[in-house]
Design a protein around this ligand. Structure first.
Ligand SMILES: *Cc1c(COP(=O)(O)O)cnc(C)c1O
Length: 398
């Protein structure tokens, strides 16, 4: 028996009881809706990479605990990929750590680097695990709100500078940014780097969408800026880049000191994970540029189907420069349909109304009112599925 005076879930996690994704996925199932809520592809990654995983399993590679830092083949492939694409050199033995997806990398980095009471600055809206992991580490999250301007969500650099205090330990950066699709520019990254150096801050940078940038946008790793390599924990993942979100293979790169610190936490979370998949991801990272180019072109075409369709259906669309999400403003749909611009109410009603599931961006905000009218749709789905969803949404408006 437990004492009724004390809730089971501890105070650090009380506000993170259940995620919106569980609620919305259940709603999608019950109503037979098209689920554009959670961001996972509805087609699997390359056949040859799946075969590589099968081969590893059959050959007995990775069926037992792999080495703590990750299998050497994968660590070497990670560093070769960073070198080839960005000219960033890391030592595969001392400066790489393979994790159970980017999710574990984020958790381990925060648990390792944050002292209770430290402030952690992150962009709001944020990826949902950030707030929970900062809380588990005993840190205090300090949101800097990305605000809509001229069709995209922008960072206010003055607001970022003003958010830094004597208690700030680190900046948690995410570019390309989920859920807004914003890709930080060279100028913005330069300013962030200067601020980190000036105030002697650590930086964790979540770059899981590094290969999903569109149009004129360019992904530039924060670790490439002056003074940053020594203070930046960079996080990548195979899930989004290769369409294997179930494999949970992610990684951290950074100086030996940073990687050792992150490993100190990681070894007591999963210890190791995804043995055979690590070998397959090593092969995936070594695919020629043509794979990455085709993947990007495919997602770009999907973005355009969804973004154009949503515009025609009456939404205001923030056409993303990166990721596989589109954020919309529902207010142009009118007060009735948009539930007075309340994204929560809209997303709860939408499955019954139109047979489509989306996610209210407000769940990614501390300042919920700042996110109220915004709703996120994922476009990592087959074009036929996107077209069907868009058709349903157009009927709703028309
Ligand atoms: C999907 C996602 C992750 C988690 O990546 P996994 O490798 O699946 O754990 C982390 N950060 C962002 C911004 C994401 O969208």
């Amino acid at each position: 028996m437990t004492s009724s005076a004390r809730p089971l879930l501890n105070r650090r996690l009380a506000e993170f009881g259940t995620t919106i994704f569980a609620e919305m996925s259940a709603l999608a199932l019950r109503t037979g809706s098209i689920n554009l809520g959670q961001g996972f592809p509805d087609t699997d990654g390359p056949e040859e990479i799946r075969e590589a995983a099968v081969r590893a399993l059959r050959d007995g590679r990775g069926n037992q605990y792999p080495p703590g830092p990750g299998v050497p083949e994968l660590r070497t492939a990670i560093t070769a990929h960073q070198e080839r694409r960005y000219g960033l050199s890391y030592d595969p033995d001392a400066e790489v750590l393979v994790t159970a997806g980017a999710t574990e990398a984020i958790a381990a980095a925060l648990l390792a680097l944050v002292e209770p009471g430290d402030e952690v600055i992150a962009f709001e809206p944020y990826y949902d695990s950030y707030a929970a992991c900062i809380a588990m580490a005993g840190g205090t999250r300090v949101p800097v709100t990305l605000r809509p301007a001229d069709g995209s969500f922008r960072l206010d650099l003055d607001e970022l500078r003003a958010a830094v205090t004597d208690r700030t330990r680190l900046l948690l950066i995410n570019t390309p940014h989920n859920p807004t699709g914003t890709v930080l520019t060279r100028e913005e990254l330069t300013a962030i780097a200067e601020l980190a150096v000036e105030r002697d801050l650590l930086v964790i940078t979540d770059e899981v969408y590094e290969h999903l940038v569109f149009d004129a946008a360019e992904h530039i790793p924060l670790a490439t800026f002056p003074g940053m390599r020594g203070r930046t924990v960079s996080i990548g993942s195979a899930g989004k880049t290769f369409s294997f979100t179930g494999w949970k293979v992610g990684w951290v790169t950074g100086t030996p000191d940073l990687v050792t610190a992150v490993r100190s936490a990681k070894q007591f979370l999963t210890y190791v994970a995804s043995g055979p998949f690590q070998y397959a991801v090593a092969e995936a990272l070594s695919l020629p540029d043509s794979y990455f180019d085709a993947f990007r072109a495919d997602m770009l075409a999907k973005r355009d189907v969804l973004a154009t369709g949503l515009t025609e259906a009456g939404f205001e669309v923030f056409r993303p420069a990166g990721t596989y999400f589109v954020t919309t403003d529902i207010r142009p749909l009118g007060p009735d349909l948009s539930q007075n611009g309340d994204g929560f109410a809209f997303c709860r009603a939408l499955p019954e109304l139109a047979g489509v599931v989306a996610i209210p961006n407000a769940v990614f905000y501390d300042h919920r009112e700042a996110g109220a009218p915004f709703v996120r749709f994922a476009f990592c789905k087959r074009v036929s599925v996107l077209e069907e969803a868009v058709g349903r949404l157009k009927k709703l408006a028309g």
